[in-house]
Design a protein around this ligand. Sequence first.
Ligand code: IMP
Ligand code: MG
Length: 172
Amino acid sequence: MPNLKVLLSREQIQKRVGELGAVISRDFHGQPVVLIGVLKGATIFLGDLARNIALDATFDFISVSSYGNTKQSSGEVKLNKDVDNSMEGKNVILVEDILDTGLTMSYLVKVLAAHRPKALRIAALLDKSARRIQPIHADYVGFEIPDQFVVGYGMDAAERYRNLPDICVVEE
Ligand code: IMP
Ligand code: MG
């Protein structure tokens, strides 16, 4: 049983997600937005972020997996589930739990850009920029974190711990 140490508390997360929602509401003032959640890790962040966005917002979801083991991206990304609706002419915000190597997000940006949205933005709760391989930049970042494996608030280790209210570091 690994030891879990709180890195970001539920209070810190709620405060920051509120701030991100306010910035997004300002940036897209008076316009509708589509929040696209990257399954499954971003679901809890999307739920909280959406409730802090005072705009006409709809949801969609996309699912990808990277080949290889769970903690290290191999670089090859596979699309498991595409968005349900066309994003042509829409204000799209890709909502992701964490940017790590950037391989997943650069793949998703290519997939979504092909829809020719009006705007395409990235909201990532966490950014481990030290591990970046693909130079991808999120428009809305919750927290910059060190190169440590984290779980909770939607994020998993082998599908476990997604329901933890705090974001924790796994110490094995
Ligand atoms: P990237 O393609 O390397 O940027 O990987 C991004 C994906 O890997 C994220 O959407 C997460 O699903 C997963 N991931 C990366 N780091 C962590 C972590 O510390 N905890 C849980 N999942 C992670
Ligand atoms: Mg993810």
